[in-house]
Design a protein around this ligand. Structure first.
Ligand code: 16G
Ligand code: ZN
Length: 541
């Protein structure tokens, strides 16, 4: 480690007293002007994590996703591309909060951590870092790098501007392919496009079934999706990126993007309501790890195809391939949702498709950890965050099937398709670009229009309300956030209100990203859903 004098000088350059940080649902996320201290300490912590993981590459993403342009954040990605292990979230929080006291508190805590974890601070480590397009990114990157440099043997690969899922993917691949080709964003493009080419060739698909309009939220997804698809024969001339002004920081997520479209249930700025040609539209969020689809029906009405619709599409698709090759008994298929999943989607998956559904708390890390218990685990939040994960057993069973020379050609075709789909989908985390290609591939194979996809089930009317309360930390939940444990007595009042409505459901939870609580209600009519949401909001206040 650096000598005390140099360390103290660096510390004083970046660390300021008087703020309390918490590693939230998706890392540290605040207004960018209070982030320098935590960027510095996260630089230290990511280095320690890599040394602890025997030098394997740890990823770091500087982003605040769908939040406003003046926010920013940082999260650490573990070597397999997954979110940071939970016990380390509290080390990250405690290290940051020691630094907001003074240099002595920071160095004492750091020594204690290093000692308890048995870390040799001079050992080698590797960090792969990237950031989204926010204006504060370069400044926060400098604070991070200074933190990581207090450990002398940490090698940094700076990928510059990437989408969040690109960074997850490159972190994981970088660890798998020590001596292979350069693992950079062009590697990412090649991997996913070659899976796309294999699938379309296998299924005889010659072109996109309809025009594609992508709202890139004026974020980093814009240049990355253009760079990836522009030169490709399927996409060139058949797609259009709107809200691609990623170089104007103030326009990020403004009147556009997945969160805007899902929350307001309307078209983003820049996409016209029309139905004159076959078309499918989608919106990314600011760091392109979320996607929602939509189209305008024959009356020009907006129709949303959200994360729940993607989960059902993938679940149905994989179920039908598994049964076509008689693998439905040997490979388990399951869907993971959160309490925000529309009740109709859960009913459809369980009762119509007969596929088990599990509910977890909000946040990709919870869904992901549950999904890996299945051989094919489909997980999506209603807001469009999600992916599909495939187990080791899936890989083994599929490759065993492929090497069996007695298989029929249709079985071989289905097995190849399964295998290629596991390459088309970014299994490390939800990925707008990869999910988009996955959905387009499934729709093309099934020959489905967006209208047909939408008709699979009808959403129950629902309403999400944000309620400002004096202290959101008193709202404690159980049963995957569907019931309140505290404040005492509140759940009873919510239950009594819900009983007044048909097929109704409502729950309340503290937001993990904003200082507010969220009230969700759904019921059999729009009026009832609105009325229930408003009455529950009243008792919550
Ligand atoms: C974060 C989560 C997202 C979740 C959202 C909920 C990740 C990568 N992101 O953005 O999945 O839906 O928080 O926000 O896990 P809320 O707690 O404010 O409702
Ligand atoms: Zn995001």
């Amino acid at each position: 480690m650096l000598d005390k004098g140099t360390l103290e000088r660096l510390f004083k350059t970046y660390c300021k007293p008087g703020f309390t940080y918490a590693y939230g649902t998706a890392g540290f996320r605040y207004k960018a002007d209070v982030l320098d201290t935590v960027m510095f300490t996260t630089g230290v912590l990511a280095g320690l994590r890599s040394i602890y993981m025997e030098g394997r590459t740890v990823g770091v993403m500087i982003t605040a996703s769908h939040n406003p342009p003046e926010d920013n954040g940082v999260k650490i990605v573990d070597p397999k591309g997954e979110m940071l292990e939970q016990s380390w979230e509290s080390y990250a929080t405690d290290l940051a909060n020691s630094a907001t006291q003074d240099f002595t508190a920071f160095s004492v805590f750091l020594q204690k951590l290093v000692h308890e974890l048995g870390i040799d601070t001079n050992a080698p480590g590797n960090i792969a870092i990237a950031r989204d397009s926010r204006e504060s990114g370069p400044r926060l990157l400098r604070a991070f790098l200074s933190g990581s440099r207090i450990l002398p043997n940490i090698r940094i690969t700076d990928h510059g501007l990437l989408t969040t899922p690109q960074l997850h993917f490159l972190t994981s691949k970088g660890n798998e392919q020590q001596n292979g080709p350069a693992v950079d964003r062009f590697f990412y493009y090649k991997e996913f496009l070659s899976a796309w080419d294999d699938i379309t060739a296998l299924c005889g698909i010659k072109s996109l079934p309809y025009k594609l309009e992508i709202d890139a939220a004026n974020g980093i997804g814009a240049p990355r999706v253009k760079e990836m698809l522009s030169a490709h024969k399927f996409f060139d001339g058949n797609f259009r990126v709107v809200n691609d002004d990623w170089q104007t920081p103030a326009s990020l997520n403004h009147l556009c993007g997945a969160d805007y479209v899902k929350t307001n249930q309307r078209l983003p700025h820049g996409i016209q309501a029309k139905n004159d040609c076959p078309r499918i539209c989608c919106s990314f969020d600011g760091d392109a790890d979320r996607i929602v689809f939509y189209f305008c029906d024959s009356k020009g009405q907006f129709r949303l195809l959200d994360g729940d619709k993607m989960a059902t599409l993938f679940a149905k698709f994989f179920q039908s391939i598994l049964s076509s090759v008689n693998l439905q008994e040997s490979l388990s298929l399951g869907v993971v949702q959160t309490a925000y999943a529309n009740g109709s989607s859960t009913h459809y998956i369980e009762q119509v498709l007969g596929i088990p559904v599990t509910c977890t708390p909000t946040g990709v890390k919870h869904l992901h950890h549950e999904a890996i218990n299945h051989d094919i685990g489909v997980y999506f939040e209603a807001n469009g965050h999600g992916t599909v994960v495939f187990s080791k057993k899936f890989d083994e069973v599929v490759s065993r099937g492929l090497s069996n020379r007695h298989q029929s050609s249709s079985t071989l075709q289905s097995l190849r398709l399964l295998s290629k789909f596991s390459n088309l989908i970014n299994q490390t985390v939800g990925d707008a670009i990869s999910d988009m290609m996955g959905v387009l591939a499934v729709l093309s194979i099934l020959g489905w229009s967006p209208q047909k996809w939408d008709l699979e089930y009808t959403d129950l009317p629902n309403k999400l309300v944000k309620v400002l309360v004096p202290d959101r930390t008193v709202y404690k939940t159980t049963n995957a956030e569907r019931q309140l444990l505290s404040p005492p007595g509140l759940q009873g009042k919510i239950d009594a209100l819900v009983a007044d409505y048909q097929h109704a459901r409502s729950f309340v939870r503290a937001s993990g990203t904003e200082d507010a609580v969220r009230v969700y209600a759904e019921a059999s009519t729009r009026e009832e859903a609105d009325s229930l949401a408003s009455r529950v909001s009243q008792v919550v206040k």
